[in-house]
Design a protein around this ligand. Structure first.
Ligand code: 5GP
Length: 120
Protein backbone atom coordinates (compact mmCIF):
# COMPACT_ATOMS: atom_id res chain seq x y z
CA UNK A 1 0.00 0.00 0.00
CA UNK A 2 1.09 3.59 -0.64
CA UNK A 3 -0.71 6.10 1.59
CA UNK A 4 -2.85 4.80 4.44
CA UNK A 5 -6.54 5.02 3.66
CA UNK A 6 -8.33 8.06 5.13
CA UNK A 7 -11.85 7.11 6.18
CA UNK A 8 -12.75 10.81 6.22
CA UNK A 9 -12.31 11.27 2.46
CA UNK A 10 -15.33 12.51 0.55
CA UNK A 11 -15.98 9.26 -1.34
CA UNK A 12 -15.82 7.27 1.90
CA UNK A 13 -18.47 9.62 3.27
CA UNK A 14 -20.59 9.15 0.14
CA UNK A 15 -20.25 5.36 0.52
CA UNK A 16 -21.45 5.62 4.13
CA UNK A 17 -24.36 7.80 2.92
CA UNK A 18 -23.16 10.68 5.12
CA UNK A 19 -23.14 12.79 1.96
CA UNK A 20 -25.63 12.57 -0.93
CA UNK A 21 -24.72 11.70 -4.51
CA UNK A 22 -26.56 11.40 -7.82
CA UNK A 23 -26.22 7.65 -8.14
CA UNK A 24 -26.23 6.01 -11.57
CA UNK A 25 -25.21 2.46 -10.62
CA UNK A 26 -24.51 0.40 -7.52
CA UNK A 27 -23.74 -3.23 -6.79
CA UNK A 28 -21.87 -5.16 -4.07
CA UNK A 29 -18.44 -3.90 -5.04
CA UNK A 30 -18.89 -0.64 -6.94
CA UNK A 31 -20.75 2.66 -6.94
CA UNK A 32 -21.13 5.15 -9.80
CA UNK A 33 -22.41 8.70 -9.45
CA UNK A 34 -22.33 12.06 -11.25
CA UNK A 35 -19.32 14.28 -10.60
CA UNK A 36 -20.33 17.40 -8.66
CA UNK A 37 -18.28 19.61 -11.01
CA UNK A 38 -18.79 18.08 -14.46
CA UNK A 39 -16.10 18.65 -17.10
CA UNK A 40 -18.24 17.21 -19.93
CA UNK A 41 -21.98 16.81 -20.64
CA UNK A 42 -21.68 13.39 -18.97
CA UNK A 43 -19.12 13.11 -16.16
CA UNK A 44 -19.47 10.10 -13.91
CA UNK A 45 -17.19 8.71 -11.23
CA UNK A 46 -16.97 4.95 -10.74
CA UNK A 47 -15.45 3.78 -7.46
CA UNK A 48 -14.86 0.44 -5.79
CA UNK A 49 -16.52 0.16 -2.38
CA UNK A 50 -13.33 -1.10 -0.78
CA UNK A 51 -10.79 1.10 0.98
CA UNK A 52 -8.21 1.64 -1.78
CA UNK A 53 -6.30 4.82 -2.57
CA UNK A 54 -4.41 3.77 -5.69
CA UNK A 55 -4.41 1.18 -8.44
CA UNK A 56 -1.37 -0.32 -6.71
CA UNK A 57 -3.39 -0.75 -3.50
CA UNK A 58 -6.32 -2.15 -5.41
CA UNK A 59 -4.36 -4.63 -7.49
CA UNK A 60 -2.40 -5.79 -4.43
CA UNK A 61 -5.23 -6.10 -1.91
CA UNK A 62 -8.57 -6.47 -3.67
CA UNK A 63 -10.17 -9.86 -4.29
CA UNK A 64 -10.67 -11.19 -7.79
CA UNK A 65 -14.39 -10.54 -7.34
CA UNK A 66 -13.80 -6.90 -6.43
CA UNK A 67 -11.47 -6.34 -9.36
CA UNK A 68 -13.77 -8.07 -11.82
CA UNK A 69 -16.80 -6.31 -10.38
CA UNK A 70 -15.22 -2.87 -10.60
CA UNK A 71 -14.21 -3.37 -14.23
CA UNK A 72 -17.68 -4.71 -15.03
CA UNK A 73 -19.28 -1.71 -13.32
CA UNK A 74 -17.34 0.70 -15.56
CA UNK A 75 -18.41 -1.18 -18.65
CA UNK A 76 -21.98 -1.54 -17.47
CA UNK A 77 -22.38 2.17 -16.76
CA UNK A 78 -21.11 2.99 -20.25
CA UNK A 79 -23.47 0.46 -21.80
CA UNK A 80 -26.51 1.32 -19.67
CA UNK A 81 -26.16 5.03 -20.44
CA UNK A 82 -25.90 4.28 -24.16
CA UNK A 83 -22.40 5.68 -24.45
CA UNK A 84 -20.62 2.86 -26.26
CA UNK A 85 -21.46 4.61 -29.51
CA UNK A 86 -20.41 7.34 -30.22
CA UNK A 87 -17.97 6.71 -27.40
CA UNK A 88 -16.53 8.04 -24.19
CA UNK A 89 -13.28 8.59 -22.32
CA UNK A 90 -11.98 7.02 -19.12
CA UNK A 91 -9.42 8.72 -16.89
CA UNK A 92 -7.84 7.84 -13.57
CA UNK A 93 -5.77 10.36 -11.61
CA UNK A 94 -3.37 8.76 -9.15
CA UNK A 95 -1.21 10.46 -6.56
CA UNK A 96 0.29 13.93 -6.50
CA UNK A 97 1.66 13.97 -10.03
CA UNK A 98 -1.61 12.51 -11.29
CA UNK A 99 -3.49 15.34 -9.53
CA UNK A 100 -5.62 12.94 -7.49
CA UNK A 101 -7.70 15.12 -5.17
CA UNK A 102 -9.84 12.47 -3.51
CA UNK A 103 -7.74 9.66 -1.97
CA UNK A 104 -10.17 6.86 -2.84
CA UNK A 105 -9.60 5.02 -6.12
CA UNK A 106 -11.89 6.26 -8.88
CA UNK A 107 -12.32 6.30 -12.63
CA UNK A 108 -13.74 9.32 -14.43
CA UNK A 109 -16.09 8.56 -17.33
CA UNK A 110 -16.53 11.51 -19.70
CA UNK A 111 -18.98 11.57 -22.59
CA UNK A 112 -21.42 13.66 -24.55
CA UNK A 113 -19.04 15.62 -26.74
CA UNK A 114 -16.10 15.15 -29.08
CA UNK A 115 -12.81 15.02 -27.17
CA UNK A 116 -9.42 15.87 -28.57
CA UNK A 117 -6.46 13.56 -29.08
CA UNK A 118 -4.49 12.12 -26.18
CA UNK A 119 -4.55 13.85 -22.82
CA UNK A 120 -2.88 15.71 -21.28
P1 5GP B 1 -9.59 13.60 -8.84
O1 5GP B 1 -8.87 14.89 -9.14
O2 5GP B 1 -9.33 13.11 -7.43
O3 5GP B 1 -9.36 12.56 -9.88
O4 5GP B 1 -11.12 13.94 -8.98
C1 5GP B 1 -12.01 14.02 -7.91
C2 5GP B 1 -13.36 14.40 -8.50
O5 5GP B 1 -14.32 14.31 -7.46
C3 5GP B 1 -13.44 15.82 -9.06
O6 5GP B 1 -13.82 15.75 -10.43
C4 5GP B 1 -14.50 16.50 -8.20
O7 5GP B 1 -15.34 17.37 -8.94
C5 5GP B 1 -15.27 15.33 -7.64
N1 5GP B 1 -15.88 15.58 -6.36
C6 5GP B 1 -15.29 16.17 -5.27
N2 5GP B 1 -16.14 16.23 -4.24
C7 5GP B 1 -17.29 15.65 -4.67
C8 5GP B 1 -18.54 15.42 -4.03
O8 5GP B 1 -18.77 15.73 -2.87
N3 5GP B 1 -19.50 14.80 -4.78
C9 5GP B 1 -19.28 14.42 -6.07
N4 5GP B 1 -20.28 13.82 -6.70
N5 5GP B 1 -18.10 14.62 -6.69
C10 5GP B 1 -17.13 15.25 -6.00
Amino acid sequence: ATAPYDDGNIFARILRAELPCRKVYEDDVALAFHDINPQAPVHILVIPKGRYVSWADFSAAASEAEIAGFVRAVGKVAADLGLVEPGYRLLANVGQHGHQEVPHLHVHLFAGRQFGAMLP
